[in-house]
Design a binder for this molecule. Sequence first.
Ligand SMILES: C[S@@+](CC[C@H](N)C(=O)[O-])C[C@H]1O[C@@H](n2cnc3c(N)ncnc32)[C@H](O)[C@@H]1O
Length: 292
Amino acid sequence: MAYRHFGRSGDIWKHLPLAQILHIERPATYIETNAAYATYQLEHTPELEYGVFRLMAHRTELPQIAASRYVHLLTAFNHGDALRTYPGSAVQALALLGEWAGRMVFYDLDPDAVASLERYIEVKGKDHLATVRCEDSIDAAWAMIDTLGPSAFIHFDPYLVLQPGPSGRSYLDCFIKAAAGGVRAALWYGFMTRPEQKRIRAALIAALKEARVPSTKVHAMELHLARLGEVLPPFNPGIAGCGLAVANLRGSSIDAMEVLGRECEALYRGARYADRFEADQVFAPWFVNRPR
Ligand SMILES: C[S@@+](CC[C@H](N)C(=O)[O-])C[C@H]1O[C@@H](n2cnc3c(N)ncnc32)[C@H](O)[C@@H]1O
């Protein structure tokens, strides 16, 4: 299996807010450009202890996290027992939206990931609702955005958001197009150092400006190591920090993101990675412009 970042801290500041957002937004059409695998088996590695196991162990001290759709989903998925199986984002979306979405499309380039999702969808009897495509999703998403209206939601999660595909476009370009076109969207991005964080922030701001997207339509919030530095950290939990940029969402979704982000900061207060490294995280709602 190529994808190994499931359940790590980067997934916390992705799946926790996203599950809540999807529950609030209830899109009729859901597109995911980088779906990866259906499910994953969890082991007690340092990365996972710092990720999903930490969240589940501390959830009773954190009321919003405890009541979140994400925790509800993880608990239901494991039948209330100890966590063994982690659902990927596509399976989470199927569980959250399967009752009311009319159409779901998942993309990935990895044939094994696509096969695992196809199997899952077939076993769950969701073939009428969901399709999986093994193709480059940058151009596919770029073209599809023109056909989507405000009832759709696109989740972009490629990791390398600025890297251009064969046509020269990036996932950031697709996110901006969705934002400008009134389509609801979420873009997750990761970074290992301050310079990388600054580069992505600057690219997002420049692209919004160039496309003349009103700043009130887009919000971006990050969770990152308090000791994020100019060079790589002395340990690697998978990612040193990550952000979720969202477009055209309801105010209640933005409120939910902020509340959960603050609790994530509390979740990591005093945290140590592998019992050794100081590994507090800070919540940074760095691009939040509410309509007046
Ligand atoms: C960060 S992982 C996705 C994780 C998943 N969304 C989750 O949260 O459980 C990124 C995935 O994007 C896929 N990918 C990368 N570039 C792609 C492209 N151009 N088109 C489609 N899939 C791509 C990779 O194969 C990988 O499975």
